[in-house]
Design a binder for this molecule. Sequence first.
Ligand code: NAI
Length: 276
Amino acid sequence: MRFSGKRAVVTGGASGIGRATALRLVEEGAEVWIGDIDEAGGEDVAATSNGRIHFLRTDVMKVEDIAALMAAADAAGGLDVVFNNAGAGGSRDPIEEISAEDWDRTQALLLRSVAMGIRYAAPLMIARGGGAIVNTASIAALQTGAAPTAYSVAKAGVLHLTTMAAADLSRYNIRVNAVCPGFITTNIFTAALSIDGEKRAMANDMIRGIATHAQPLQRAGKAEDIAAAVAYLASDDASFVTGTHITVDGGMTIGPRHSWDAEAPSLFSALQQFAS
Ligand code: NAI
């Protein structure tokens, strides 16, 4: 019960990583305010929590919505924890084609939203003597090949924003950390596709199949894997941890595929064939 008597905000809490984290925080004693544009999903999560999760329709592209979400949790007794997590894939256009408008929209959704989440949480946390903020970055912040350019650059920005905010806010006893998920089976991959229920279910099955073999640990990454890391970073167990990130990716960023997959072609396996 690491969050007993504490109040937390989770953006993107209607689905996937945000939903799993809201449920985990509640399981450990917190009262949680989730903000999302998905009203049906948000109400659904709130309905399963015995009144411990409150849903507020929140578009993280809108600063006033973010401020209202933070204020709602604070008004109930003080804001202790914020998980800036809402997001989507953003523009898939390559750098030689992307428009300035699509670039800006992706940065606003994935990076400005986190900056404004910190901006509007910090004064409330300063007033009560401290708090913990966790931001969702991605392994796409660390390397190429995981996501489109605009998304990856925004997530790299989230990582540096995390260190800058940690430095600025440490004097107020506010810790700021990030989590870098690998390939996690959530709705994010099909959310932007206009496909119906059955086709969507088929696409999600296909994604789960790919996810099982996408990294050294041979199982699909789950939203609960990320929730566990976020709960740690947000808890007093991490009271001496700030300005850093935890990568939760089943080993995906360990190294090239041939370093962990004996079936993958490599220079070494090719030379071995010549030698034998
Ligand atoms: P998801 O699609 O299951 O959940 C994302 C939630 O954010 C949805 O409920 C959606 O309605 C909400 N959202 C989207 N735009 C919003 C807006 N403007 N305002 C408020 N809410 C909004 O996806 P998932 O995977 O749980 O994504 C959560 C975070 O994790 C995102 O920041 C994503 O970029 C990040 N991430 C996900 C990975 C994965 O493999 N699933 C890998 C690395 C990072």
